[in-house]
Structures are given as structure tokens and as C-alpha cells.
Design a protein around this ligand. Structure first.
Ligand SMILES: *Cc1c(COP(=O)(O)O)cnc(C)c1O
Length: 336
């Protein structure tokens, strides 16, 4: 894969581990099955860790190569991407400005102040808050224009860091998973992930395709866009990411598998199945899923195992994407 052509600022310590969830398999009654594994993309040393660091390696790599001094990005108020952008910018010696919108219908003290919001400020980011419905990317670009006039050199990327360049982080992760499959002596039938801004899915799919593997091994659960939009976003972004790796390859419709059964009331709106999944994984394995992404996607995985749909066919890999601070932002909802 032509990854080395793109400048990368290293933010991870190395490959993230893959671990088997034996106690959970027992609790689910599938201990004699092909195996349920997690890839610990929540286990990274910088800023609390999470999937956005893989994208930020390439985004900050490009920002630095362009001589930029300020990283600007957008997100919801409790955005993990915003928090990790702030941490990674600090590590890179760049200023960070965050354009955050109130897209999630929660306004309690914990949501407004705790979790990622607390950490954005600790990492020294400048936060610009806007009401729901604001065009956050346009606001970020306006801010960049003002900074440019003042003699600064801003770099702007939209929500989730999901530009094709950012998605290269997950194309590299696809290669990492394939190496680990070789070491473990197994091949995952499915790689299960949450789908927010679609960059994680697009990167993994493009990476697998570029490596001659099957992108349809990836199943994502949308937690943000309605299913049709999530499929289309993921396909287009995978296509553009693949273009950076192999201009001759193409993504087919059948390459992109997204499910819509865990979206519930929409982005950031809790579901009962999410709470159940977060508690089950915490109590059987001592592992923490977040309420916005991983909790919902894991609920989808549990439902598919429970229905019998995913019992056969081979081992499953769930990618834990981080988001632990979100648990503190949802304290009132998790209390009950
Ligand atoms: C952003 C995020 C996701 C979704 O990744 P996308 O690339 O935006 O689809 C999943 N889990 C967590 C914890 C996240 O912060």
C-alpha cells in the first residue's frame, strides 16, 4: 500500500492489542463458538486514546508538512475527535481551535461541563460554541480566514477528521489487523465497528481492498446518519481513500456493509440496548464502552449473535474505538 508517501506524525505507541472476551462468551453461552475478540483501539497513551488518533497521525502529519501552526476542527459538544485533536495538537506543538455545536438534545450539567468538555480545556484548546443547525465547517473556515489575516497558518478539517487523508489511519489499521490475524493464526469473519462520520469504516474498507482482501468483512452500525446516508457517505469516502492508495482500484456497492438497527432516537440519544451492552461488557470483562458509539455498536453485535445470524462463519472482531470520557457526560442517564 502506498501509505509511506503521506507524512505521518506518530501518535500511537505501536499496534493495539487484540484480546479474546472469554468471560463474555461464557455469559452469552457461545463459549464453544468461533470466538469473540476485541481490538483495543481505546488503549493509546495520548489524551485518553481512541480511534481519532489514527486519523490525526495523517492530518497533523500533513498540517506540519504544510508549515501550519493552528489545527481547527468541528464536532458535537462532547466530541471525542475534538478532545483528541486538542491533545494531539498539544503534542505537536500547535494551537488548537474547536468549533463545537449543540447537536445532541442534552443540556444537563454533566453534558455541558464534564467528559470531553473538561478535557478540551485542560489540553489548552480554544472552544467556539454554536447552536444546533450551525454550519460548523463554514464557521471553522471563517475562523481560519480571520487567523490567516492575523498572520497565522491554520489547518482545517471537518467532524471526525474524516477526510480521505484522515481515513488513511484506518487503512493502515486494516494492514495491522491482517498482520495480527497471521500471528494469531485466524481470520475474522467480521470486523464490527460503530459508524459516525464514516471514516473508520471507509479507511478499513479501502485498506482491505488495497491489500486484495474483502472489504465486506467490515460491518458498521450507524450511530449518526440515517442508514441510506451512512451507506452512501461510507462508500464515497472509501472510494476517495482508496484513490490515495491505488488509483486503479474501485469500491463496489457490495463492499460496504452498514446496519441501521441501533441508531434509536439519533446521534447521542441513549437506547436501552446500549445501556445493557455497556453494563454487560463492564461486568463480565471490566472493559468500558462509550454511550454514543461503542455501546450502540456492541448492542448490535449482541443482537446479531442472539438472533443466531452471527453464530456461524468464524470469529468476530469488535474494534473498541474509545470514548471513555463520554460516560461521565452521560452520568445522569447511567445513574438509574
Ligand atoms: C468518532 C468515533 C467513532 C466513529 O468513527 P467515525 O470514523 O467517525 O465513523 C466511534 N467511536 C468513538 C469512540 C468515536 O469517538
Amino acid at each position: 500500500m502506498q501509505l509511506v508517501r503521506h507524512p505521518r506524525l506518530p501518535l500511537l505507541e505501536g499496534p493495539t492489542p487484540i484480546q479474546r472476551l472469554s468471560r463474555l462468551e461464557h455469559a452469552l453461552g457461545v463459549a464453544d463458538g468461533p470466538g469473540l475478540y476485541v481490538k483495543r483501539d481505546d488503549l493509546m497513551g495520548l489524551g485518553g486514546g481512541g480511534n481519532k488518533l489514527r486519523k490525526l497521525e495523517y492530518l497533523l502529519g500533513e498540517a506540519r508538512a504544510q508549515g501550519c501552526d493552528t489545527f481547527i476542527t468541528t464536532g458535537a459538544r462532547q466530541s471525542n475527535h475534538a478532545r483528541l485533536s486538542a491533545a494531539a495538537s498539544a503534542r505537536a506543538g500547535m494551537a488548537c481551535e474547536l468549533v463545537l455545536t449543540d447537536t445532541v438534545p442534552r443540556d444537563d450539567e454533566a453534558y455541558r461541563r464534564n467528559g470531553n468538555v473538561l478535557l478540551d480545556r485542560l489540553f489548552g484548546a480554544t472552544v467556539h460554541r454554536h447552536p444546533a443547525g450551525t454550519d460548523a465547517l463554514a464557521a471553522a473556515q471563517d475562523r481560519a480566514a480571520a487567523l490567516t489575516v492575523a498572520g497565522r497558518r491554520p489547518y482545517v478539517v471537518g467532524s471526525g477528521g474524516s477526510s480521505p487523508l484522515g481515513c488513511l489511519g484506518y487503512a493502515a489499521c486494516a494492514a495491522e489487523i491482517k498482520r495480527q490475524e497471521g500471528e494469531l493464526g485466524l481470520r475474522f469473519a467480521r470486523v464490527v465497528i460503530p459508524n459516525g462520520s464514516s471514516g473508520t469504516h471507509a479507511g478499513l474498507a479501502a485498506g482491505l481492498k488495497a491489500l486484495g482482501d474483502d472489504p465486506a468483512r467490515v460491518t458498521s452500525f450507524t450511530v449518526l446518519a440515517p442508514l441510506c446516508n451512512a451507506i452512501e457517505n461510507s462508500r464515497q469516502l472509501a472510494e476517495r481513500t482508496l484513490h490515495l492508495l491505488d488509483p486503479d482500484a474501485a469500491i463496489q456497492e457490495a463492499d460496504i456493509v452498514v446496519r441501521g438497527d441501533q441508531l434509536g432516537g439519533g446521534y447521542g440519544v441513549p437506547t436501552e440496548a446500549m445501556f445493557d451492552a455497556v453494563r454487560l461488557v463492564a461486568r463480565t470483562e471490566g472493559l468500558l464502552l462509550d454511550p454514543v458509539y461503542g455501546g450502540k455498536a456492541f448492542a448490535g453485535l449482541l443482537a446479531a449473535i442472539d438472533s443466531g445470524e452471527w453464530r456461524e462463519g468464524g470469529p468476530l472482531l469488535f474494534v473498541m474505538t474509545g470514548g471513555l470520557p463520554g460516560l461521565f457526560a452521560y452520568e445522569p442517564a447511567l445513574r438509574g
